[in-house]
Design a protein around this ligand. Structure first.
Ligand code: BGC
Length: 794
């Protein structure tokens, strides 16, 4: 028998509008949180930023001390209060009859609150928890702080394109500092889903297609958010999501089922999660979709056998929003009680926003279907996290400090440096870039050229107007005083089918341009380009065209952008294409006809300045693609680490799998140009053979043969010749981003051990390292040519 959802219903509630709530009226509330305990440095902080958050709010507690405090609390808690810790509610009453969060909090039956972003509201609710609830257990406030809070960094896919984990760690430390100052002690990030299908809108939130790069980014993000220990001041609890396989949704359609063979799970989709767990991530979020027919949020294999069993994870698991109740919608659970039972017993500790645990776990305990011990096991890691975070000692946000922290010029400086490091130069014929600063005129054209929100990308609406610098503004600031900067947006672009979130965030959208208005805008843009020496075309996708519920069936430039680009190129002027987007797009025409193309992603608060730095030569691009770039949507999925086949494409007569085009990507994984040139030579192994389990040293010389300083990402790929299962043609197993002065040469060293050579064999159904011959390539992308081989002996 199904019961009517009476607490919170998905369609009414699932909203980012909460983020828009109440711009904070900042009043001085508490003295600065004093926290001067032990300091441990994680990475060299750039730009004079202090290594944030290595001071502990609560003196680092031993596991035993934490356990004792948890047990002491559990001993005093009623069953209702225990279940309350497993309940996360939205920070506002969402529908007329839903219980008010303040009432739930006062009764001690809501352990966590989400979607509040301002310190005043957070403190108000926290005060109720701390002062009015029977046991005074503070609330853990959670929010999606994905790529910055007030200072917005480039989107995660862009951050992966930096191939620079220390920078990513620093950026997330800044995000943690700003968010924690607002009282947010838990971020729903990093998103570590591998994505090999750019139709999937959420590819923008992760690190792309590769498990090795994805694992490196996962570790860096966890360290950035959490610091070296939970409870470090200025840091937050991290949450690796969406466990697991969300990126493999059928057809790239968000929320659709994923079917992933076991070896692909272990070798491709799970490694970034495992890396996050090994880096000490305190929580995980279960995914929405069915994984091999079992919803991830009720999947004991994932949540218990893999996570707790194989990996020994000690933290807690939260569902994705409304995912517990969705177990019914999936056709998996019979009713809300069954949904609560199956999620909890699978290993899901906290119910995000659906109210299903709150309404059903009590009865399940009374009926003896769920034991008190099972409830206690779910509550323990949540209380432990609150204790380790120092929430009991410091439950409140310091509103004065929040104002000060979020104004930091160093944060903006880091955002600019980060954006510069994420951009990928895809084409630069005849050294069109960098442009001279004293051009007589430049036209900055396109619907994204002067849009603040689209410079930041999704997951950034925090009740604030965007303070991003647009491309137009960035260029205007940087060119010589005499240069004329012209602008025209061209025809507007829009989603054909608005998303559920659009309706909430922007309930009264302005009417779409009429065809006549669009024609006029098109002609004006063309005229503007005609008047300038150079046209910078800023094209791509609006922020709401990628992210959640933003999948596409095409990868073409939306609207009339392609037509406008072709018309501007036909004017015969030099044209630079700057892409703002969260996924590879079909730019096959541009790749042949537009002389310079810069992939700038959604670059964040300082995006326009960073783009201008690169276009006008104050910065040298060094980012590399974290995804293979398809020629068209028909090639999807296309990824470099595919297996060899019966007729490899290197064989004559089999150059493509298609007869109507090439099956190779337009740009390979790891690709990206620079204003410098780099030469690779002298690939050396420290021994030609190694025993199983042994380590092999590999070195290569890299020289900057260009005339300006620049960065190269030195990439190492391997291939195992034979084994119990077929192995990918190449796999990334090492990378280093280095900076070289003109003429400078460096020897870069890698170490290749058992971990890099092992894989989960579908034939053996276990992890294996096999005594076989391996290829090694080192170079500038996944097509690197410098090659050698080594043997692994039994
Ligand atoms: C998303 C999650 C997010 C959660 C809370 C869900 O719709 O899938 O990634 O963390 O909402 O905002």
């Amino acid at each position: 028998m199904r019961r009517n959802p009476s607490f919170l219903s998905f369609s009414q509630l699932k909203s980012r509008a909460a983020f828009g709530c109440k711009a904070a009226a900042l009043t001085c509330f508490l003295a600065l949180l004093l926290c001067a305990m032990q300091g441990v440095e994680a990475v060299e902080p750039p730009l004079g930023l202090e290594p944030a958050g290595e001071k502990s709010v609560s003196t680092a507690l031993t596991d035993q001390q934490v356990e004792e405090r948890v047990n002491a609390l559990l001993g005093q808690m009623t069953p209702e209060e225990k279940i309350g810790q497993l309940v996360q509610v939205p920070g506002q009453a969402w529908v007329p009859n839903a219980p008010k969060p303040e009432d739930l909090v006062a009764k001690g039956v809501s352990g966590s609150v989400l979607w509040l972003s301002d310190p005043t509201s957070i403190n108000r609710l926290q005060r109720i928890a701390v002062e009015q609830s029977r046991l005074h257990i503070p609330i853990l406030f959670g929010l999606d702080v994905i790529h910055g809070f007030r200072t917005v960094f480039p989107v995660p896919l862009a951050m992966a394109a930096s191939w620079d984990p220390p920078m990513v760690e620093q950026a997330q430390a800044v995000a943690a500092r700003e968010a924690s100052a607002a009282g947010i002690r838990w971020t729903f990030g990093p998103m570590v889903d591998i994505a090999r299908d750019p139709r999937w809108g959420r590819i923008v939130e992760g690190a792309g297609e590769d498990p090795y790069l994805g694992a490196a980014m996962a570790r860096a993000e966890v360290r950035g958010f959490q610091g070296t220990q939970l409870g470090a001041s200025d840091r937050v609890l991290a949450c690796a999501k969406h466990f697991a396989g969300y990126g493999a949704a059928d057809g790239g359609r968000d929320y659709d089922s994923s079917y992933i063979p076991e070896d692909q799970l272990w070798n491709v989709y799970l490694p970034p999660f495992h890396a996050a767990v090994e880096a000490g991530v305190g929580s995980l979020m279960s995914a929405y979709m069915d994984l091999n027919d079992v919803p991830a949020s009720g999947n004991p294999w994932l949540l218990h056998d893999v996570l707790r069993g194989a990996w020994g994870f000690q933290g807690f698991v939260v569902s994705d929003a409304f995912a517990v109740r969705s177990l019914i919608t999936h056709g998996f659970a019979r009713d809300p009680a069954d949904a609560a039972f199956r999620a909890l017993t699978a290993g899901l500790d906290m119910d995000m926003a659906s109210g299903t645990y709150l309404q059903n776990l009590g009865a399940l305990v009374q009926q003896g279907r769920v034991s008190t011990a099972q409830i206690d096991d779910a509550v323990r890691p949540i209380l432990a996290a609150k204790i380790r975070l120092g929430l009991f000692e410091h439950p409140y946000a310091d509103e004065a400090r929040f104002a000060e922290v979020t104004k930091s010029p160093e944060h903006r400086q880091l955002a600019r440096a980060a954006a510069e490091r994420t951009m990928v130069l895809l084409r630069n014929e005849n050294h069109l870039l960098p442009l001279k600063k004293d051009l007589s005129s430049v036209a900055v054209i396109g619907p994204l050229a002067d849009s603040k929100q689209d410079t930041e990308g999704s997951w950034t609406v925090m009740g604030q107007r965007s303070s991003a610098v647009t491309v137009l503004e960035g260029i205007a600031h940087k060119v010589a005083p005499g240069t004329r900067v012209l602008h025209a947006p061209g025809p507007e672009i829009k989603r054909n089918i608005p998303s559920f979130f659009d309706a909430l965030m922007n309930p009264h959208p302005k009417p779409a341009q009429t065809p006549a208005e669009a024609d006029q805008a098109f002609n004006k843009a063309l005229d503007t380009a005609r008047q300038a020496d150079v046209a910078v075309m800023v094209l791509g996708e609006l922020a709401n065209m990628s992210g959640e519920a933003a999948s596409r069936s095409s990868l073409d430039l939306p609207g009339r952008q392609e037509q406008l680009l072709e018309a501007v190129v036909a004017l015969g002027k030099p044209v630079v294409l700057v892409l703002l987007n969260g996924r590879p797009l079909n730019i096959s025409w541009a790749a042949e006809h537009v002389p310079a193309i810069l992939e700038a992603w959604y670059p964040g608060s300082e995006g326009g300045n960073a783009i201008a730095d690169i276009l006008l030569g104050d910065a040298n691009p060094g980012g590399k693609l974290p995804v293979s770039w398809p020629r068209s949507v028909g090639q999807v999925p296309v990824y470099y680490a595919h297996n060899l086949t019966h007729q490899p494409e290197t064989q004559r007569g089999f150059v493509s799998r298609y007869w109507d085009g090439l099956s190779s990507p337009l740009y390979p994984f790891g690709y990206g140009l620079s204003y410098s040139k780099f030469a690779f030579s002298n690939l050396q192994l420290d021994q030609p053979q190694v025993s199983l389990g042994g380590k092999l040293g590999i070195s290569v010389d890299v020289e900057n043969t260009g005339s300006r300083a620049g960065d190269e990402v030195v990439q190492l790929y391997i291939h195992q010749w034979a084994g119990s299962a077929s192995r990918p043609v190449r796999q990334l197993k090492g990378f280093q981003r280095i900076t070289l002065a003109p003429g400078e040469k460096k020897t870069v060293r890698f170490s290749l051990g058992k971990e890099e050579r092992s894989y989960w064999s579908s034939a053996e159904r276990k992890w294996v390292e096999e005594p076989e011959t391996f290829d090694v390539w080192v170079g500038e992308d996944s097509t690197a040519a410098l090659h050698t081989t080594f043997k692994v002996n039994p």
